[in-house]
Structure formats: C-alpha cells, structure tokens
Design a protein around this ligand. Structure first.
Ligand SMILES: C[S@@+](CC[C@H](N)C(=O)[O-])C[C@H]1O[C@@H](n2cnc3c(N)ncnc32)[C@H](O)[C@@H]1O
Length: 410
C-alpha cells in the first residue's frame, strides 16, 4: 500500500502541493516545480549517511525523500538531518507512488558487484542489481518522473562485463525517457583523497547542444569510444570546466594528536611497519623523516606473497576510503619530520573530513560504523560541484531544449 509521506515543506519553504503539480502541463511543471525559495526538490535513493543530501543542499536543492535499508546509517542520517522523509526499507519494496514530486533523483547504488575488489557479478549481483529497482521506481512514477537524474558509482562500472553493464544501464534509462551523459570526477580536485567516480547525468529532455566528446579529465577517452560504438543510445554531453578549485592539503585534514598520545603506534609496531617496506618505500619514509618540518602521508597495507606489506603514498593524498570489512582496507597516517616518525590508524573524524563533512555528528556510533558509513559514502564537494554545475540547471530546464519526443512519454 502506498505510504502517505509527510513532506518537510516548512524546512524547504515549499508552497507546491503534489496535487496542483500533477495537473500542471508537463513543461510548466518542470520549469516551475520547485520550492518557494527557488530550490529544486530532490529524492535521494541509497541515502546512506546522507552525504549526497549534503551535496544537494550545498548546491541549493531541497531533499524531500530519502531511502536506504541500513538502520545504522539511518540513525547517523537522523542525527545529522531532518529525517521525517527517510523511508527505511528495501528499495525492492518501494513503489513509484510513494515518491513525492521531485525535479531531481540521485542514486549512489551499491558498488559491491562492480568494484575491482569484489567478484564482479555486475548489475546481476545481489547488491548492484538494486540499480534496476531504481529505474523501476522511476518508471512507475510515469509522467511525474524527475527531470534530472544523478547516478554515482565506481569507475569500474564502465568495464563490468566488458562494458555490457553500463550499456544496459544507459539503454534502460533511454527506454524510460532519459538522455544520458557520462562523467568521471575525482574527489582530489576538492579534497586530498584519490576517489575517481563515474557519474551518469540523465535528463528527460535533451541538451540544447549534442555536445563534444573530445577526451578530457572529466570525459576520458573510453567515453568517446563508447558513444561512437553505440550510436543507437541517446547520449549528449554538457561542456563543463575542469574543477580545479584549490584542493585542501592532507596537512589541513589530519588530526594532530600530541606526540605522546596513545593513538600512536608503539615502537615495535612502527619497527614492523618499517621492516615491511620495499627499498623504494623506505626511501620515501626517509625523505619524510628528514624534512625540516612535520609532513604527513597516508599508508595502506597490501598482501604480497601472503605477507602484509605497507606502502606509503607519494602524493600527500589519502587513498580512496573504503568500507573497512576485515580491516585490510584501513589506512594509516604517517607523521614525520625533524628526524622523527610516528604512525597511527586514520580516524573516523579524518574519514569525515576527507569526504567533506568535518562537523558530522557521529551520534555515539562506533569507530567501525563511522568508517563503514563514510567509506561507502560520496565526497560532498565533488558531488555538489556536479549538481551545482550540471544537475540543478538541468532540472531547472536551463540546459535543455523543448523536444517533441520528450512529450510522447506517458
Ligand atoms: C554506496 S552506498 C551509498 C551511500 C550514500 N550515498 C551516503 O552518502 O552515505 C549504497 C547504499 O545502498 C544501500 N542499500 C543497499 N541495498 C539496498 C536496498 N536493497 N535497498 C535500499 N538501500 C540499499 C546501502 O545501505 C548503502 O547505504
């Protein structure tokens, strides 16, 4: 049975009711369907701990619906955001009629079956197949389906089943009435974390210009090849400036515990770390150690021939934050200089800072729960950049043309 949602209109200053929007002509609905404050409304699927919500709000959108299945993440979300609109249940049980009128929908669906670290079952896998539930819900919304969509996942989505999965994902969006664009945006343009992510931006109306697929940082070579190989797909590209916005440094993000704080590893543990380093890695550590001032680097553990070995990143970035299943994906912070070396695990607060939510309330969750939530989340400024520069203007009809084909969808 469809659930009656109480919308947080007072928060969004939203004066548009569902019923009056439903009866509006489609074009008018699209261009005027937003809150009185001018904010487009958004539904976030796979909401997790709310980092897409932060990005949406930073870009001036108002979230009126959220869905996720994880009760721990829901608790964290509710501690940080108004969560009356959060529907805690399996997306498989969600109906299009439960979604309020929105101009934007986002889906950072599970990457478990697409990631290089997993078994690569792709969009048929138990977790990543939830993508098809998202498109089902959109289809069930019929003429109410949102004007603009943002889908986020790992870059290896593009190579899953030799490109068949991304092809099918886009073909399905086309079938339900969306034109699609592809982008790769790395969190490193905004914060000191290497986190490239693939985005599908989709709209019910085509862009005014079909776009230019010339390879760039945002649209690597393979996207041009993919588009050329599949002329039957409805694809278009919006020109975007490359976002070099003056990323913050690792030194600005790391916590600075006192040299005698218990979080630092013991001498014997540091010795084991040093022993595991290859000659190249050892040189890297020496260079840091003999710096005249303190410097920071991140380190991650790999298994080589059954042995745990440590590698120190050379670029003063954090590696991509991951969910800490089994602990092997946890990163360490190396603080060195003035002839000293200290090492400790990266903290949950550092995870939050590296994802762009420095002040996030952990609401009593355990360090592992926090790291799990943030490892699975998105980098706020990267996603908010895509929304501000692309998804929001798309939803507001500022980038699209009026096209007969868009009106034929029932
Ligand atoms: C990659 S994470 C997205 C995290 C989110 N963007 C954030 O900022 O925290 C994928 C999310 O999908 C949720 N999920 C997995 N299976 C689901 C299902 N069947 N129904 C609804 N949500 C599901 C997970 O709990 C997880 O939070």
């Amino acid at each position: 049975m469809a659930m009656l949602l109480k919308l947080p209109f007072e928060n969004c200053n939203n004066d548009l009711s569902r019923s009056n929007l439903k009866s509006s002509p489609k074009k008018i609905q699209r261009r005027s369907g937003r809150t009185a404050s001018g904010s487009p409304r958004a539904a976030e699927f796979f909401a997790g701990i709310g980092m897409v919500r932060r990005a949406l709000e930073d870009a001036g959108c108002c979230v009126v619906f959220a869905n996720d299945i994880d009760p721990v993440k829901h608790k964290l979300y509710a501690a940080n955001f108004e969560a009356e609109h959060f529907v805690l249940k399996d997306i498989r049980l969600l109906k299009g009629s439960e979604i309020p009128d929105v101009e934007i929908a986002t889906a950072s669906f599970p990457c478990t079956d697409l990631s290089l670290a997993g078994k690569r079952r792709g969009l048929k896998g138990k977790q990543s197949s939830t993508y098809w539930e998202f498109t089902r819900v959109l289809e069930e919304m019929g003429r109410r389906r949102p004007a603009a969509i943002l889908i986020e996942n790992v870059p290896s989505f593009a190579t899953s089943h030799s490109g068949e999965d991304i092809y099918q994902a886009i073909a399905e969006l086309n079938r339900i009435g969306y034109w699609c664009d592809l982008l790769v945006v790395d969190a490193r343009y905004f914060l000191p974390q290497s986190r490239p992510r693939l985005f599908i931006v989709a709209s019910t109306e085509p862009l005014e210009a079909p776009g230019d697929w010339t390879p760039s940082i945002l649209r690597p070579e393979w996207i041009k090849g993919f588009v050329a190989e599949h002329p039957e797909l409805k694809m278009n590209a919006h020109p975007l400036e490359i976002p070099f916005s003056g990323s913050r440094t690792l030194a600005e993000v790391v916590e600075k515990p006192a040299p005698d704080a218990p979080t630092w590893w013991s001498e014997s543990r540091v010795a084991r770390f040093v022993e595991s380093l290859s000659p190249l890695q050892a040189k890297r550590l020496q260079a840091l150690k003999y710096c005249p001032t303190l410097a920071w680097a991140t380190a991650y553990r790999r298994t080589r021939g059954g042995q745990a070995v440590w590698e120190i990143r050379p670029d003063a970035l954090s590696g991509c934050l991951r969910t800490a299943r089994g602990g092997s994906s946890k990163q360490a912070i190396v603080e060195a200089g003035n002839n000293t070396v200290r090492i400790r695990w990266m903290t949950g607060r550092e995870y939050a800072r590296l994802q762009g939510a420095p002040d996030y309330d952990f609401a009593g969750a355990s360090e592992n729960q926090v790291m799990f939530g943030f490892g699975d989340a998105v980098c706020v400024p990267a996603v908010s950049w895509v929304i501000r520069n692309y998804v929001r203007p798309l939803a507001e009809g500022k980038l699209t043309e009026v096209h007969d084909e868009t009106l034929s969808y029932a």
